[in-house]
Design a protein around this ligand. Structure first.
Ligand SMILES: Cc1cc2nc3c(=O)[nH]c(=O)nc-3n(C[C@H](O)[C@H](O)[C@H](O)COP(=O)(O)OP(=O)(O)OC[C@H]3O[C@@H](n4cnc5c(N)ncnc54)[C@H](O)[C@@H]3O)c2cc1C
Length: 549
């Protein structure tokens, strides 16, 4: 048994963006948190979003003015405290004759959005006429086009890195971070939750830890963690959303497009992202396996058809899809009504106030954009529940490690230009610490020709940033797995670097590569072969095997 004798102030279950943010806020205020995840940092829904740091223009339709204001304030903060990861993103919202949302409604929404972000650094919106719209995006379907609104939000290319930096900074400030440790049971004594027990999945041994407060921030899995302590109704009722990734295509927009789907009037995006285009999302109720969520053929066809309608020269078909991903939004339980109308606001649910045990708080809902504020509010609540007078949160002004300093880092002549660029985009000012490890001959060289990621990033991922598996290093540290080939090919080179620098045996390298390829087969990637054949998505994943390229 591991972990039983340590003393913690709180146990945070789930190292997604919200759990990692909570752990960092708590550690910076002098508490000692234990942050647990059954997988890797940011390996849950945090990896499956549209990657926007946005106020949520759409929420104005549901009169969620408070949520929009809060999100816009957080957007501004993240542009500062995570400046290496979050960038301004221009979005064009074309308006067509017959759209459910006409120019008057769009204009009113834009004015409200600007008013609610009066203190922003980003430009105000502009309404464009038909000709200027077509000048900006010549590929747009001109039929019925009336004009467009041009406005700004934030884009985070790698939310996974935001979670990793929060968790690692939490650790550097006194938190303990234990990955691949699954909570199976909440320990209850005298009507109070006193800790958690479960399994260390990599060591394959039981695990137990105790603390006066457990924060259940397991996202879509919140109800599964509560199993055994009994809540009358489920807290979560997530909806599934899928995305496609395609390469640049004829008529591809130079700015992001915010579009209305013809089939159901739902908004969706076509976004330049990571040298590719991200198209999504869908929004469907989901009751399936939370650990294996796959974009369905129907969702893929829907997103392709809607994109082709707005950009007719695109003519995108299934073989053009490089890969896909899907996740479940951790939304509050609301079994009836339109999925788009379910609130995106978060709730800090103190079980003792609802007839449940003391010492337990569950987090319901939340977006990437508002993680920092959610974390601050949760730690404020933790202070009250622990009867501890805590200092005020500093995370609103305290830059994340990669955003500290002036963003520059020492570059040696051995680095290629694309590698310098990649290091800056992934690690920000912490890139200097990666470069400092590029001491032996192979390490400044790219192991991934697409991104320019260098060998030194592999030992850095494991020794400094808590990676435990090859998948962690490729998908949530170096970000190589988010390229057009989802890291197929680069995985072999990365495992070779691990053999040379981390002492991996040949057997471990092979096992890691096999596990990696099995994992990414859920993306239905083109680089793994006939992923988008007419077979069903589920069939494809069950037959996921190591295929030579
Ligand atoms: C399709 C889609 C699009 C989205 N787009 C955006 C967007 O553009 N902008 C935005 O702001 N937000 C967006 N979101 C919302 C956002 O991604 C999520 O709200 C956010 O990532 C949730 O983070 P989390 O930390 O709460 O959950 P997660 O990231 O899911 O983290 C929960 C963690 O708990 C762990 N866990 C589960 N069970 C256990 C257990 N028993 N023991 C230990 N650990 C456990 C999991 O492994 C997981 O890592 C989108 C979501 C989806 C699905």
């Amino acid at each position: 048994m591991t972990g039983a004798n340590e003393r913690y102030d709180l146990i945070v279950v789930g190292a997604g963006i919200n759990g990692s943010g909570i752990a960092r806020d708590a550690a910076l205020r002098g508490l000692r948190p234990l942050l647990l995840d059954k997988g890797d940092i940011g390996g849950g829904t945090t990896s499956w979003s549209t990657r926007l740091i946005h106020g949520g223009l759409r929420y104005l339709e549901h009169a969620e003015v408070g949520l929009v204001r809060e999100s816009l304030r957080e957007r501004e903060r993240l542009l500062r405290i995570a400046s290496h990861l979050v960038e301004p993103l221009p979005l064009l919202l074309p308006i067509y004759a017959g759209d459910r949302r006409g120019p008057v409604l769009i204009r009113a929404g834009m004015i409200a959005y600007d008013a609610l972000s009066f203190d922003k650094s980003l430009p105000h919106h502009r309404m464009l006429g038909r000709d200027e719209t077509l000048q900006r995006v010549p590929g747009l379907n001109p039929l019925g086009l009336r004009g467009a609104a041009l406005y700004f939000d934030g884009q985070i290319t790698y939310p996974e890195r935001l979670a990793v930096e929060n968790a690692i900074d939490a650790r550097d400030n006194g938190a303990e971070v234990r990955l691949y440790t699954e909570v199976e049971e909440l320990l209850v004594a005298g009507g109070k939750v006193v800790g958690v027990s479960g399994r260390d999945l990599l060591a394959d041994e039981p695990f137990e830890a105790r603390a006066p407060l457990v924060v259940n921030v397991a996202g879509a899995w919140v109800d599964a963690v509560l199993r055994g302590v009994g809540t009358p109704t489920p807290l979560m009722g997530g909806t599934k959303g899928s995305h496609l990734v395609v390469g640049p295509f004829p008529g591809a927009p130079p700015t992001a497009l915010y579009l209305e789907a013809k089939r159901d009037g739902r908004p969706f995006f076509v976004i330049p992202w990571n040298g590719q285009y991200l198209i999504g999302t869908t929004d469907e109720r989901y009751g399936g396996d939370l650990d294996l969520i796959v974009a369905s053929d129907d969702e893929i066809d829907y997103l392709l058809a809607e994109t082709n309608r707005v950009v007719p020269t695109a003519r995108l078909a299934r073989p053009d899809v490089l890969w896909t991903y899907a996740g479940v939004r951790p939304l509050p339980h609301q079994p009836a009504g339109a999925t788009g109308a379910i609130t995106r606001r978060h709730v800090i649910h103190d079980h003792a106030g609802h007839g449940g045990p003391a010492g337990l708080v569950s987090i319901v809902g939340g977006k990437l954009t508002t993680y920092r504020e959610l974390a601050e509010q949760t730690v404020d609540a933790a202070g009250r529940l622990l009867a501890r007078a805590l200092p005020r949160s500093t995370t609103g002004n305290e830059p994340l490690p990669g955003a500290s300093g002036d963003g520059t880092f020492p570059v040696t002549g051995a680095l290629e230009l694309r590698s310098t660029d990649h290091l800056r985009r992934v690690y920000g000012s912490a890139a200097g610490a990666v470069v400092a490890r590029a001491v032996s001959p192979g390490l400044p060289r790219p192991f991934d020709p697409v991104s320019g990621a260098i060998g030194a990033e592999i030992p850095y991922a494991f020794e400094r940033e808590g990676a435990r598996t090859l998948a962690d290093a490729l998908l949530r540290r170096t970000m190589v797995g988010l390229g057009p080939e989802v890291g197929i090919g680069a995985d072999l080179a990365a495992a070779e670097v691990a053999r040379q620098t981390l002492g991996w045996s040949e057997e471990r390298a092979e096992r890691e590569i096999r596990a990696y390829r099995e994992f990414v087969s859920r993306y239905r990637p083109r680089s793994l072969g006939d992923a988008l054949s007419p077979d069903s998505a589920a069939d494809h994943v069950t037959m996921a095997v190591l295929k030579p390229r």
